[in-house]
Design a protein. Structure first.
Length: 470
C-alpha cells in the first residue's frame, strides 16, 4: 500500500509539472519594455568625439566602450547598437594605477586591436576621439582630420565617408549630437599656446551640420552643450598642491610665488608672470595635470637642466638659466604650455559660453532638445552629486566621476551623463525610459585607500598624456 501511495504521489507530481509547464507565464519572464513615447530607437546613432566614443583614462578600449553613453541608453530600451570595438588595453595608451598609497600611475603601452572592422555597415556609435566640429562634416580619414594624423578616424570611419555621411546613410530614427569640446579643449590643455576655433566659425559650421541633419533625415535629434573645460580635474588638481608646496618658501621670504612663462619664448623676448599662493588656491591661475605627469612638480625650487634633457625636453623651452630654482625664478619659469593664466581662463570661458549659445540657438531653430551638460557639471563642482547612493565630486580620482586622465568620465561618470540624456528624451518625447542604476556600473578604484603626497599631488608617469588625441 505504501508503495502504491508513493507511485500515486510521484505520478501526480509529474502530471502537475506537465500542466504547469504548459501554462502561459510570460508575465514572469522579465519586466515589460519601457514606454518610448514618440522616441523611435529603430536606428539609433550617436555623433561626437571621445565623450561619445566612451574614451577614458587616456584610451579607447572595449571594456570602457561597453559603458559609452549611447550603448547604455540602447541597452535600456533594447535597441541594436554596434560600436567600433578595440580590444583592451586599447589605443593609444591606457593610464593605469601602479600604486594606490602612495598614488602613482603607469601607462600601458601595449596596444589593443580593432575587433569588428568587417562590420558591413557604418557603426551606430560614430564618435571619434579627437574630432573637432568641422571633422564631423569634412574628415573621412586621419589625413583629412584637423590634426592630420588621428588614427581613430581610420579605425572608426574605415574610409566609408564622414561621420555625418555615414550617419545619414543609416537612415537614423534617433540621433544624439555632442560635439565642439575639442574646438576649445586643445587650446586649454596646452596653456593657450595653440589656437581654438573662432566663435564665428564655430557658429557657421554648427549651423551647416545641423542643417544637413535636418534636411537629409527625419531623425529626432538630441544635442548636448559643452562643459567648462577649465573646471575639470586636468586643471584643478595641481595648482592647489603646488601652492601648498611653495608656501613655506613664500612665508620665509624666499619666493614670491610661482613664475611662469606667458609667451612661449625664451631669452630677451621671454615674458614671465607670477602666481601667488592665493591665486593658485582660488584657481585664478591653473596648472595642468601634465605638470605632474612630466615630474615638474617634484622639482619646483631645484635646478632642472638635466631633468629636461633626460625627458627629451629641450631646456630652451623652459628658460635661459636652468641652474636657477625651477618655478621660483623668472629665468627658469614653468613653461607656458602648462599654465592657464587669468586672460586665458577668461578666453576659455567666454569661448565656451559663445559655443553654447550657438548650440542653444541652433537647436531651438530646429526644435531639438538640449542636454545642459554645462550647468550639470558646474553644480557637481560646487555641491557634488549623489546617484544611487554614490557621492560624486570633481576631485581627481577620489571624486569618482572623472577617469585617470582628468578629462573623460569613468564608466560610472558616463552612466550619470547617460541618465541626463534619458531625462531629456523622456521629457521631450513622452517616454518612460528608466534610469541606469549607477551603482551597478563598475567603479574605477578602491577610493578609500588613495593617498596622494603630502601636498595632495598625484604622481603620473611621463607617458600619461603623450598621445592624447587633442
Amino acid at each position: 500500500m505504501k508503495k502504491l501511495n508513493k507511485y500515486l504521489v510521484f505520478t501526480f507530481l509529474i502530471v502537475a509539472l506537465a500542466l504547469w509547464s504548459c501554462e502561459d507565464r510570460t508575465d514572469l519572464t522579465g519586466p515589460a519594455a519601457p514606454s518610448l513615447g514618440n522616441a523611435d530607437f529603430s536606428t539609433f546613432v550617436t555623433l561626437g568625439n571621445s565623450l561619445t566614443a566612451g574614451y577614458q583614462s587616456g584610451a579607447l578600449y572595449e571594456s570602457s566602450q561597453e559603458y559609452s553613453i549611447g550603448n547604455m541608453i540602447a541597452k535600456q530600451v533594447g535597441a541594436t547598437f554596434e560600436q567600433p570595438l578595440i580590444s583592451d588595453p586599447g589605443v593609444p595608451g591606457r593610464i593605469e594605477v601602479k600604486s594606490i598609497a602612495p598614488f602613482e600611475t603607469v601607462t600601458n603601452t601595449t596596444l589593443g586591436q580593432p575587433v569588428n572592422t568587417n562590420y558591413p555597415k557604418p557603426y551606430n556609435n560614430l564618435g571619434v576621439p579627437g574630432a573637432w566640429l568641422a571633422d564631423v562634416l569634412q574628415a573621412t580619414d586621419a589625413a583629412s582630420s584637423i590634426p592630420g594624423d588621428n588614427i581613430f578616424f581610420d579605425i572608426i570611419l574605415r574610409g566609408q565617408g564622414t561621420q555625418l555621411q555615414q550617419a545619414l546613410s543609416l537612415k537614423p530614427t534617433l540621433m544624439t549630437l555632442w560635439i565642439g569640446n575639442n574646438d576649445i579643449l586643445g587650446y586649454a590643455t596646452r596653456g593657450g599656446t595653440v589656437p581654438h576655433t573662432p566663435t564665428d566659425v564655430f557658429a557657421q559650421v554648427y549651423g551647416q551640420l545641423a542643417g544637413a541633419i535636418a534636411s537629409q533625415s527625419s531623425a529626432k535629434v538630441v544635442v548636448a552643450n559643452l562643459p567648462d573645460v577649465s573646471a575639470i580635474p586636468y586643471f584643478t588638481t595641481v595648482g592647489p598642491g603646488v601652492a601648498k608646496a611653495i608656501k613655506p618658501a613664500v612665508d620665509a621670504g624666499l619666493a614670491f610665488g610661482i613664475f611662469y612663462n606667458t609667451n612661449g619664448q625664451v631669452g630677451p623676448a621671454s615674458q614671465t608672470s607670477v602666481a601667488t599662493v592665493d591665486a593658485l588656491l582660488k584657481g585664478d591661475v591653473l596648472l595642468t595635470l601634465t605638470l605632474s605627469a612630466y615630474g615638474y612638480t617634484d622639482l619646483i625650487g631645484k635646478p632642472t637642466g638635466k631633468f629636461y634633457t633626460d625627458n627629451g625636453i629641450d631646456p630652451a623651452l623652459v628658460g635661459v638659466d636652468t641652474t636657477q630654482p625651477f618655478g621660483l625664478h623668472p629665468l627658469n619659469p614653468i613653461p607656458d604650455a602648462f599654465v592657464l593664466d587669468p586672460a586665458e581662463i577668461q578666453e576659455v570661458k567666454s569661448t565656451i559660453s559663445s559655443y553654447n549659445q550657438t548650440i542653444a540657438n541652433t537647436a531651438a531653430s530646429f526644435g531639438w532638445p538640449v542636454v545642459d551638460i554645462n550647468s550639470f557639471f558646474n553644480n557637481v563642482a560646487a555641491k557634488g552629486y549623489v546617484s544611487d547612493g554614490i557621492k560624486f565630486t570633481t576631485e581627481y580620482v577620489t571624486g569618482g566621476i572623472f577617469s585617470l586622465d582628468g578629462v573623460h568620465p569613468t564608466s560610472q561618470g558616463y552612466a550619470v551623463v547617460a541618465n541626463l540624456f534619458i531625462d531629456k528624451i523622456n521629457q521631450t518625447f513622452g517616454a518612460k525610459i528608466p534610469h541606469i542604476n549607477v551603482s551597478t556600473i563598475p567603479g574605477s578604484l578602491v577610493l578609500a585607500k588613495v593617498a596622494f603626497n603630502k601636498y595632495g599631488l598625484p604622481k603620473l608617469d611621463k607617458n600619461a598624456f603623450a598621445n592624447f588625441p587633442f
